[in-house]
Design a protein around this ligand. Structure first.
Ligand SMILES: Nc1ncnc2c1ncn2[C@@H]1O[C@H](COP(=O)(O)OP(=O)(O)OP(=O)(O)O)[C@@H](O)[C@H]1O
Ligand SMILES: [Mg+2]
Length: 315
């Protein structure tokens, strides 16, 4: 869907992006990760033509972006940035409605859509629609930024450290929401971060960048298992790799299932199928448990996970 071939960007004598090749498939979440100044934002901004590329070719659905009307191109690409870029004198609702309005949607359709999006992002419309950005917390403002990017149902989402300035808990919540929304709407997404854990969690594939080049482009699992060089290995934190790998696996894929769900033992702590093996390991360490029951959303016990299964599941 998005293809960059030999794409470069220069600012005077600085080469910000150096002849990169990158393909982002439809519905995929491609995360660009790397240290400050490596060219992540520049790459993103070339895709929506906020910056011109100085060499190479960028295409969307097989069409060279220089041949697409720039307004049309951008209306099809939601763009969310760190610090949100919300208009301070506009209400939340008006901010979210920006692109639908540009597209000439009817008032009713806009109101319905704004309500739907605020709800999707966990912001009750009756509370938040008429607030101004300065009346929001950082996390709430980021959510509005994401809602605005999704507003006109663009095929592509470009997100530049949208959760960058947030505390760990809010960030964790927004990452969960992002994963949930992604399961519902499957947008082709290019997401920029310098946080490798965020990248591992959200990406279908990660592109590791350094000094304007892509060092490795692969799934989180493959990057963890076989980092292409010392730079990537260092970024992953060599002593943490085992735990990071276990964070990619679900309890549901490693557990043994009971033939029939049964009444749970209310005394013991328990796991959910969607917990990661890393979380399961932590709970087991805490309780010094050899194994723990797994319950479904309704509370019935559906199986057990043992320490051995964490070992085999995570390696
Ligand atoms: N408008 C500009 N004029 C001149 N140089 C620029 C401009 N924008 C970016 N650069 C340079 O291009 C390089 C890449 O910048 P870019 O903003 O893409 O980095 P980044 O990976 O997004 O970094 P960060 O994590 O700090 O946001 C840097 O060396 C930066 O100084
Ligand atoms: Mg940047």
């Amino acid at each position: 869907m998005i293809e960059l071939k030999g794409v470069s960007c220069r600012f005077g004598s600085t080469v910000a992006v150096d002849a990169i090749n990158l393909t982002v498939e439809t519905g995929e979440v491609c995360v660009l990760v790397g240290s400050s100044g490596c060219g992540k934002s520049t790459t993103l901004r070339m895709i929506n033509r906020l910056l011109p590329h100085s060499a190479g070719e960028i295409s969307v659905d097989g069409q060279d972006i220089r041949r697409i009307d720039v307004r049309k191109l951008r209306l099809n690409m939601g763009y969310a940035i760190q610090g949100t870029g919300l208009f301070p004198h506009w209400t939340v609702a008006r901010n979210v409605a920006l692109v639908p309005k540009l597209l000439g949607w009817s008032r009713d359709r806009i109101t319905t859509r704004v309500d739907e999006l605020l709800t999707l992002l966990g912001l009750a419309p009756e509370t938040f629609a008429n607030k101004y950005p300065e009346q929001l917390s950082g996390g709430q403002a980021q959510r509005v930024g994401v809602a605005r990017a999704l507003a006109a149902d663009p095929n592509i989402l470009l997100m530049d450290e949208p959760f960058g300035a947030l505390d760990a808990i809010t960030r964790d919540n927004l990452q969960n929401e992002m994963l949930r929304i992604q399961r519902q709407v499957h947008k082709t997404t290019v997401f920029v971060t310098h946080d490798i854990d965020e990248a591992l969690r959200l990406a279908t594939r990660i592109a590791v960048m350094d000094q304007g080049r892509i060092l490795q482009h692969d799934t989180p699992e493959n990057i963890l298992r076989s980092p292409a060089n010392a730079f990537v290995e260092n970024l992953l934190g060599s002593q943490d790799r085992g735990l990071k790998l276990s964070a990619l696996r679900r309890v549901g894929d490693a557990m043994s299932r009971h033939p029939q769900p049964c009444e749970p033992d209310l005394e013991t702590d328990w796991l959910s199928e969607d917990d990661s093996l890393r979380q399961a390991l932590s709970v087991m360490l805490w309780h010094e448990a050899e194994q723990l029951p797994v319950r479904d959303a309704g509370g019935a016990e559906i199986g057990v996970l043992s320490r051995d299964q964490i070992w085999t599941g995570a390696t």
